[in-house]
Write a new protein. Structure first.
Length: 384
């Protein structure tokens, strides 16, 4: 279609890169990355301790407005630790959304729990408070004797809820937290894609008991590979940090441990990279928002819908998204753009459609199915 070719030309005009393929989201290193990494190498403290680990955590806590930030080796492990820390145990159930990256559901299973899928909103792409409340009214009951919310259908405790801020767009997190509070369910925010995104002036991942971030190579801020836990419970955050470092008690030479711990530590060399990236984060976000505005102006002149940030949000527009009319048109757009060297990707398959989660409980997921069959992510890198 001619419209698809016009879109390809417009994307190439934005990025004007000599490379044959325009990536979906490439990292950009133009600050103090080399200086800090070199300093780290020269210090020989390249592993799990060093000044850059402490600085990155401190500065990230300031930026996001939380009392404690703790780095981990990746976002999935951060989510796993977060779930354990709010009391998720083997045999429990955790509510999440079907439209998410598989790591969200995987972390729930790693914690020994079973995911339960609640639909998303079309306006935010994140968990729908209405669908969540409807599910809980129909299926959940509080048992004061055991101090647990029990699923009437399965008889299992519903311990936590994991909403995800999809593609950097904050969901209706305040309403979700209020609903979960009424049912005594802990909220763990999957803000993996939302570094630099705010809802009503608060950073994504700071509304629930715990939030997690990802610093994978394709994120707006990267440490090469890494994650972070955010919490306003300083005691809990310190405990999570302790668990992530093999639960080793600090001592000049003794090897003593007081919990079953995990080797989920972020190396100092990765934190050095992250600190340099964090120094540029606001510039990255502004750059990406300018690109999103250009995309919106272009697609507003077409019959392809561009997804704009929800109300009361300042999104980082991690991955820009458009909606085609149906799956057939979506697939044709994906084929033409990728064939032309413009990397585009569909949304994830809803988790309940994956073979591992087909037996999971879920209700009406019509919004997730609608979005999955029509949404396409288009190139969203910071324009260098």
């Amino acid at each position: 279609m001619e419209l698809f070719q016009e879109a390809i030309r417009f994307i190439r005009e934005i990025y004007q890169q000599p490379v044959a393929t325009i990536p979906l989201h490439a990292p950009l290193f133009r600050g103090n990355e080399k200086e800090y990494v070199t300093e780290c190498i020269d210090s020989t403290y390249v592993s799990s301790v060093g000044k850059f680990v402490d600085l990155f955590e401190t500065e990230a806590a300031k930026y996001t407005g939380v009392k404690k930030a703790a780095v981990t080796v990746n976002g999935t492990n951060a989510l796993y630790l977060a779930l354990l820390s709010v009391g998720v145990r083997p045999g429990d159930e955790v509510i999440t959304q079907p439209l998410t990256f598989v790591a969200t559901a995987n972390a729930i299973v790693h914690a020994g729990a079973q995911p339960v899928f609640v639909d998303v909103d079309r306006e935010t792409l994140g968990m729908s408070p209405e669908k969540l409340e409807d599910f809980l009214k129909k299926n959940a009951v509080w048992q004061s004797k055991s101090s647990q919310t029990i699923n009437r259908i399965t008889g299992k405790p519903i311990t936590a809820c994991v909403p995800m801020h999809t593609f950097g767009h904050p969901c209706r997190i305040e309403e979700i937290c209020e609903i979960c509070k009424d049912y005594h369910i802990s909220v763990v925010e999957d803000a993996a894609e939302s570094v630099g995104s705010f809802f009503k002036g608060r950073h994504a991942g700071t509304f629930g008991e715990i939030g997690i971030l990802s610093f994978n190579g394709n994120k707006i801020l990267t440490t090469g590979g890494g994650g972070m836990i955010l919490t306003n419970d300083a005691k809990l955050g310190t405990h999570i940090k302790h668990l992530s470092t093999q639960a080793k008690i600090n001592h000049p030479w003794e090897y003593d441990h007081d919990f079953i711990g995990y080797n989920f530590r972020m190396p100092n060399i990765n934190a050095a990279l992250g600190l340099a990236q964090l120094e540029q984060l606001e510039a990255f976000v502004m750059n990406k928002r300018e690109t999103a505005a250009k995309y919106k102006e272009f697609f507003d002149q077409t019959d392809i819908d561009f997804f704009s940030e929800p109300e009361n949000c300042r999104s980082n527009y991690w991955l820009n998204a458009i909606f085609l009319k149906n799956r057939k048109e979506r697939d044709r757009f994906l084929q033409e753009t990728n064939h032309a060297g413009v990397m585009t990707r569909p949304a994830w398959k809803p988790m309940n459609n994956l073979r591992m989660f087909k037996k999971a409980q879920f209700g009406d997921l019509s919004n997730s199915e609608h979005i999955s069959s029509r949404l396409v992510n288009i190139p969203s890198s910071v324009v260098g």
